[in-house]
Design a binder for this molecule. Structure first.
Ligand code: HEC
Length: 143
């Protein structure tokens, strides 16, 4: 009796901290989750920032940024369509979530490819604002 009485508060605490850490570390899982996270980041970087723009995202996607490549070089100008790597010619599945439900569901994958692709295209990482505009544009693309 005394054992269960002294153990249960500890068990409750452990459980509470497990639940709290699971919440804190839960990766974003849907494109809309990513969009919300990016909006929070963009507002942290610039408190005056209002909202993402699909139009800015589309311009960002198709434009070059000082180097030869744009995002659309590999992903094509239609993100609902499969693309191919400019150098290796390896096929790349469609980037728009409407055409490819696996897109923007895995935080590690999204981070890895944003980092790599932004370095290739802009010679720097993309800002939260740029990523959010782009994702907002991709979410408007019909399959
Ligand atoms: C040189 C070719 C190339 C260019 C240029 C390129 N990408 Fe990619 N991108 C890839 C490849 C390869 C993958 C990984 C293969 C896959 O996921 O199908 C990928 C994957 C991604 C993903 C992963 C999405 C997910 O959830 O699966 C994102 C986001 C992305 N690219 C964004 C961009 C953006 C933004 C730009 C422009 C700044 C860009 N890419 C330019 C080749 C490219």
């Amino acid at each position: 009796m005394t054992v269960t009485k002294s153990l249960s508060p500890i068990a409750a605490l452990l459980l509470a901290s497990l639940v709290a850490s699971a919440h804190a570390q839960a990766p974003a899982r849907t494109p809309v989750d990513f969009q919300a996270t990016l909006l929070a980041e963009a507002r942290q970087a610039n408190p005056a920032f209002k909202a993402f723009s699909a139009e800015r995202g589309q311009t960002f996607f198709t434009a070059t940024h000082g180097n030869d490549w744009s995002c659309s070089t590999c992903h094509t100008r239609n993100p609902a369509q499969a693309g191919a790597h400019d150098k290796t010619k390896k096929p790349i599945d469609a980037l728009a979530p409407s055409a490819n439900p696996r897109r923007f569901t895995d935080a590690a994958k999204v981070d890895k490819w944003f980092r790599r692709n932004c370095k290739d295209v802009l010679a720097r990482e993309c800002t939260a604002e740029e990523k959010g505009d782009l994702l907002t544009y991709l979410l408007t693309v019909k399959p």
